[in-house]
Each structure stands twice: as C-alpha cells, then as structure tokens.
Design a protein around this ligand. Structure first.
Ligand code: AMP
Length: 436
C-alpha cells in the first residue's frame, strides 16, 4: 500500500432511458394491472405472454421495413449462431406469430388476447419516452365484424376512464384496404414530389418508402404542402366506407366521443381499415396514451391463413402520468413477531428467542395470516415502533419469560394485551381478526 486510500468503486446507474419500478410506483401499477385484467377478461380476452425477444425478421416483415421502428429503433443482437434477434419493440406482431405458431385459427373465432409486458425501442430518451417501457395491449383475431373494432376501442376508453386519465381525445380514421392504400400512396407521392421544395429533409427522404408519415410532420413547409394533398378517405372502397360507418355507429351507440381525423396515420405498415389514437392533454409533448387499429393482412404475411385482426396498445407510464394517482396500498400485517433481544442464547436453543420467533412466524403464515418478524436487531421499543409503522394489527412479544414459552400478545388497535402459551397465539389472532 502506498498510503493512498483505495478509491470507492464507481456507482453503476441504470442505462439511459430505463428506470427502476420502486415500491412507491408498484402499488399504482398493480392497480392498473388489476383493472386491465377485470375489464379485458370480463370481455373475453385471455392473457398471453410472448418472449422478450423474437427473430428480427418478425418485425422486419410484420411491422414493415420502412417504419421508424424497424429502421432505427430496434435493439438487435446476434444469438451467437449468426441469427439476428430483436428485443420486442411492439406486441402485435409477436401475438400474431403466436396465433399462427399455436394453430389458434382452429379455435372458435375471434381469439381475444391481452398482454402487459415491457417493450424496447432505441429512442431519444425524454420525459414520457423511454427505451424500456411497459404496455398493456389487446388483440382480437379472426373477425372483421365492426363490433369487434368498436368493442376494442371501448375497452381502451373504459380502462383510461377507470384510471382517471383526464382530457382524453380519441381520433379515428380508416385506412381502407391495402389495395386502396397503394393507389392513394401513388397519388400522395405525386403530390409531395410536386411540392418537394417546401418539404422537410425527413419527409423528402420518406417519399419513396413511407409517404403517409408526412402527415405526422410538424414542419411548417410540409404542413403547407399538405393543405391540398389528396386524402385517403376519398380512396376507400364502398365496403371499407361501410365498415367505417358501422364502427362509428357502434361508438355512437356506446356514447364514446371521437373525432374523425383523415390525416391520422399510425407509424406501422400493417394497419388496414380502422385506426385510432388516444391522447391526453394532461401529458406534455408525448401526449399519446394509446392507439391501435385493424391489421387484416398481418397474420397471412406471417405465414398464417388469411385472418382479420384488430388491437391496441397503451403505455403504462403514460396512463399513470395522466391518470389520478392511486394511494399506495400496503398489504395489511396481521401479526408482527417481536422478541426481547437479550433473551436466551445459542447454547440454549429451545428458548432462543429469534428461533422461537421464526417458529411463530412460520405457524402464522401457514395458518394464512400475513406476518412479519424483527429482522434488524432493534431494541424492543424500536420493534414496537416499527410494528406500528407497518400498521400491524397484533404484536407478539417473546422472551423475558425465562423460557417458559409464554408470549405477550398486544392488540395494537385496542391497546389490550394478554399472556398466552406460544402455541395459542395464532388461534387468538385468528379469533381476534374474525371479530373485527
Ligand atoms: P405505439 O404503438 O407506438 O403508438 O405505442 C402505443 C403507446 O405506447 C403510446 O401511445 C405510448 O403510450 C406508449 N409508448 C410508445 N413508445 C413509448 C416509449 N418509448 N416510452 C414510453 N411509452 C411509449
């Protein structure tokens, strides 16, 4: 040693754009998950979990090679055998992959699935935009009935309402069939080329592969150029227009307010017919809370039979940011087991208080009580204070009885206490809780 102190190890922080879900936040998340489960399972959706990573080709083919997600937002890795894997950036393509892989088209249709998982996008991290984030999502596969579209939208609206998300706007549009979109694309490309000088760099670069994204641009020249642009709604086939009218009629019947936005284009290639997005003015720049749409060609594109589908995803962090905070709910503690720190010793195991405390803790839990015991070497006074902080209903105090096995049981709400044999404590607590 040269006399200099060894420097402390540098702290390692969570990677940029990621965050820890701490106890304070997990209560609100648990409430959100419980409400999503109640709403979605009540409507016949079953939970699905797909792997955190998939073959990169699933997203390249499913989400679309020209989309922002595939072009610049995927975290991809090599599996060591030359095959490219990608951390899932979205949930629809994986769910459709699972539908095909497990032959779900042979089940009664539609198959309705929901998920709550984390997703990964290599984005510029900022408030409300992360590189690992959570989404709750719902997908209904195997029916093109407009009632499925309306039901899907209503369920998301219901979830946001239950979570107290305020100032919600629902924007709605129809992208029509892929054929109509192709024809429209060509006309839009011609329009954009005619105004090329006023377009932003970004939009110019996308004319070839993703001209519809021009509608997402905030650039003033681009917005000006789009003033007289052709609109997709004028290209819808009669069936698509009727389907859209049917969806709207059902939303009207359900009393769900929406705005028709003919410029709404979702960032993914797979959408057909109905698309929608929900935003909240309670959020800042990242106002999108959730969105989705119909993807009638996707399952087929992934090697399955022609299968219509519709679904949505909503960001958990955004719902919680825009929603009403849920008071943290702590699990109630029925019994806290405290002990005299000085009582007994290793040499006298049967009366060694920590071991007796552990025995009582185990008995209490086996009987279905929620129980905790002293784990930090506090004084008896400190233990009682801690039990109070936990909101424990009863505290059992062991020791100080010369090993006679007696326990003092304190009712923390009434203040009364009694002395009992150790094996009578659980029964007394159960009886006390029943008479609450
Ligand atoms: P999208 O399918 O991209 O429209 O995403 C659906 C929802 O997921 C959005 O409305 C957001 O609430 C949420 N979301 C998407 N990307 C992110 C992100 N990078 N960070 C946090 N939430 C996100």
């Amino acid at each position: 040693m040269n006399g200099r102190q060894l420097s402390a190890a540098a702290k390692i922080k969570a990677p940029r754009g990621t965050f820890d879900v701490l106890a304070e936040q997990s209560a609100a998340r648990a409430v959100l998950e419980a409400r999503a489960r109640a709403i979605l399972e009540g409507a016949g959706y079953e939970r699905i979990e797909t792997p955190a990573f998939e073959a990169t080709e699933l997203f390249a083919r499913g989400v679309g090679a020209s989309t922002d997600i595939v072009q610049k937002e995927m975290f991809s890795l090599d599996d060591g055998g030359g095959r490219s894997l990608t951390l899932r950036p979205e949930g629809t393509a994986p769910v459709c992959r699972a539908y095909v892989e497990h032959g779900m088209h042979k089940r009664k249709q539609p198959v309705k699935l929901w998920y709550l998982s984390s997703f990964f996008r290599h984005e510029r991290a900022q408030a409300g935009r992360y590189r690992q984030f959570w989404q709750v999502g719902a997908e209904a596969l195997g029916s093109e009935d407009p009632s499925v579209d309306a039901e899907s939208i209503c369920l998301l609206a219901a979830l946001l309402e239950e979570m107290g998300v305020v100032s919600v706007r629902l924007r709605l549009s129809s992208l029509g069939s892929l054929a109509a979109r192709q024809e429209y694309r060509e006309q839009l490309q011609a329009h954009l080329r005619a105004h090329i000088d006023t377009l932003s760099e970004d939009v110019r670069a996308r004319i070839e592969h993703n001209p519809l994204r021009a509608f997402d641009s905030e650039h003033s020249g681009t917005r000006q150029a789009l003033q007289g642009a052709p609109l997709l709604r004028d290209f819808l086939s009669a069936e698509d227009a009727e389907h859209f009218a049917d969806v709207r009629a059902r939303l009207d019947a359900a009393g769900v307010a929406y705005e028709i936005d003919p410029t709404l284009v979702r960032g993914l290639d797979y959408y057909t017919r109905t698309v929608f997005e929900l935003t909240s003015d309670a959020l800042g720049a990242q106002s999108g809370v959730g969105g989705g749409g119909r993807y009638d060609g996707l399952v087929e594109q992934l090697g399955g039979p022609p299968t219509p589908g519709i679904g949505w995803a909503a960001g958990i962090e955004r719902i919680l940011l825009a929603g009403t905070p849920t008071p943290a709910a702590f699990a109630p503690v029925d019994l806290f087991v405290a002990y005299e720190p000085s009582s007994g010793g290793w040499e006298d195991l049967p009366v060694y208080a920590p071991v007796r405390a552990f025995t009582l803790l185990s008995e209490a839990r086996a009987a279905g009580l929620t129980a905790q015991m002293e784990l930090a070497g506090r004084s008896l006074k400190g233990q009682l204070g801690f039990a109070d902080t936990l909101g424990a209903r009863y505290v059992a105090i062991l020791g100080g009885d010369d090993g006679a096995g007696e326990v003092t049981l304190k009712d923390m709400s009434g203040g009364s206490q009694e002395t009992l044999a150790a094996d009578a404590v659980v029964h007394a607590v159960l009886r006390g809780l029943r008479t609450l």
